[in-house]
Design a protein around this ligand. Sequence first.
Ligand code: SF4
Length: 238
Amino acid sequence: MSAESTLTFIGGAPKWPRLSKSKIATFEHCARRLWLSVYRRDLAKIDPPTELLFAIGHRFGELVREQVPNGILLDTDPRRVDDAIAETKAILSGPWNRPIFEAALQHEDVIVRPDVLQPDGWGGWRLIEAKSSTAVRNHHVRDAATQVWVARESGLCISSVIIRHARRRLTSPFARALTAPTVDVDVTSEIRNIIRSRSRVAAAAREVIRGPEPQRAVGAHCTYPFRCEFRDHCSQQA
Ligand code: SF4
């Protein structure tokens, strides 16, 4: 199957899917996984442990929002992302001084939704990313760099960047453990060089989306740092 065979065409030109923080992260994990996640979601097999991790991550994101008073949550429905982008622009064009959850920002064809944008009191913003792990991982830092790249190119002044993670391991989205304290790690300096690579990485991800399914043999990267949902597909084609 080619990428173009799955697309709608507008004025004779293909309408390519836009990129996002998640798509760029998926590309940096494995180019083949990005292509499959765009065109062959039907081949994905999400196992119960991964589903549990998704549920915990979702609940942890809510918990972090509950920790930040007086914020506004924008529409998180991916089918209405253009409405969320317009709403974000309208909010940011006024004298807004409250936190924004899931603001929708776009630069080129890349859309990001920072978990929390918090006014820093000086006209800029503190960007907070919620991660339900017990430590900051390399891909969390790259994710934060992608968010900041798009936010700054959209005209926002991001003065600091925090990854807020769980203090202890979370095993259930419903357990009392979710009320456990969180830990803030300031990655503002760490992401500085990574931000410079974002334009190049986005261009490479775009090329993958516009081409045929890349081939990559299965290996250790299919289970670390997390288990890939396309393992069955790639294993059968090995
Ligand atoms: S199973 Fe491995 S090779 Fe296949 S898409 Fe996933 S990470 Fe890439």
